[in-house]
Design a protein around this ligand. Structure first.
Ligand code: SF4
Length: 168
């Protein structure tokens, strides 16, 4: 991997919902070292707007992860509502917790998770497990899925996830 290519182990999250940074990239293109023509107040206002946009983005957690592991590509600008300085602080915390090779550690964990999911998907239920499932269906009827989360609930969940990642 060269230093200008994204780490292929962490694909940028895709969503069918057009993200605000795609629709309005200028808002996220903040240069914090050199504010150019922006006054500090204007830059702060744009940062707040970008943060607000990210807070309702369906891929905010994955976006933050992508930005953290791809430092050479995210030295400037707002990603998942964070500034470059905040991302550096998060990287330091990850390095403290997981060691200097924390990106490799995260990649290995992702790989192990994918393999476990694949194994679970391909492993048929044992006879006792299948009996329990059948019995449950007979006694309780078909499973009723809870109603989909509201936008507000999704936002709260995302905030919790992001806070968890920050605390990681
Ligand atoms: S969270 Fe990431 S993908 Fe979503 S709007 Fe913000 S910068 Fe764009």
């Amino acid at each position: 991997m060269t230093h200008t290519e994204p780490d292929a182990r962490f694909p940028f999250p895709v969503t069918t919902v057009p993200t605000r940074c795609r629709r309005r990239p200028a808002l996220f293109d903040l240069s914090f070292g050199d504010l150019g023509g922006d006054t500090k107040k204007t830059a702060q206002h744009r940062l707040e707007q970008a943060r607000q946009a990210c807070s309702s983005c369906p891929v905010v957690t994955e976006c933050l992860r992508w930005a953290l592991v791809n430092k050479p590509l995210t030295r400037e600008g707002v990603f998942a509502g964070t500034t470059p300085g905040q991302r550096n602080a998060l990287r330091r915390r990850l390095a403290d917790r997981l060691g200097p090779e924390w990106i490799d550690v995260l990649a290995a964990r992702d790989q192990a998770r994918r393999e476990r999911a694949e194994t679970a998907h391909n492993t048929p239920l044992s006879v006792p497990q299948a009996r329990v499932v059948r019995l449950d269906r007979e006694l309780n009827g078909p499973m009723h899925l809870p109603p989909p989360l509201t936008a507000e609930e999704q936002r709260l969940n995302r905030n919790r996830l992001t806070a968890g990642l920050k605390a990681a």
